[in-house]
Design a protein around this ligand. Sequence first.
Ligand SMILES: [Zn+2]
Length: 331
Amino acid sequence: MISHGPVTCDLDFNRDGLTAGNIHLDHSDDAHAATLVPVPVIVLRRGEGPTVLMTAGIHGDEYEGQIALRRLVHDLPLDELTGRLILLPAFNAPAVRAGRRCSPLDGANMNRAFPGSPGGGPTAALAGFVLEHLVPLADFVFDIHSGGASGLYHDQAFLCLAEEPRLRARGIEAAAWLGAPVTFTIPASTDYGDFDGAVLARGVPFLSSEFGGGAMVSPASLGNAVAGVRRLLHWAGVWRGDLAAPGTHYVAPAPAGKVLAPRPGLFEPAFELGATVEVDQVAGWLHDVDEPLRPPLELCFRAAGIVVNRYRPALVPAGAVLATVAAPISL
Ligand SMILES: [Zn+2]
């Protein structure tokens, strides 16, 4: 039995074959006097070899990854595996069951809760359990996101560039094997409490990703996620397959690349996700909700590059990031 504050798990991670069960989060509140909240975990192991940990559902309203990992359990022939694959298709299971970004148990955003802590509340305890007890088993960790209810993403790898050369090189290589149209890069950091920075700080190669969004499932984005997951397993050495790295376009946030809503309104976009845009190109128009006679406010891009994400709802609050432009870089 492994335990980390209120989180326990009695699965045998070293057993050959398919092992499925739950991590349990001991939780008590008004709705649950005493509950062991289950977090599903699946282990596929065949002999000796590398270990890959794949996670989805850190944000409960992001679905492509949750489905891609569930699909993998049924589609991956165990006799083609060498080593071990650990899957958490619903990492933040309380948020997944509620269909919400954040946990209904404590309101916390799990991707701001790392490195976690056994006494820091349910989300931090669960984050800490995985970081302390599952990440050290892994030679590579891959995490799948999907924008959430209010975001839409051009399918992309999300790569935090570590300073340590081996971690950095493994991340760049993994992104090329994932083969998403773009790879969004930022410097690795532990300042934000995200899974990326926490795993890299433990010295384990890590790649994250964004496929689709809008709390729905795009068949095209799901297809990209499923194919990318298989290529990563092959690259990491746990699935023999017969695959090649498609490559990717590495980009970084462009200065002034965010198009912000200066006031609330109805946003009429003039661009598509993944489009290449120029400085001063019209991004769209913001219409006043209450005063139809007020001329719409024209908003322009202030940077050249690729539109990598956008705000999904038409009704936008002041400060909403309507679009993000990233510029090509070479690594
Ligand atoms: Zn997310």
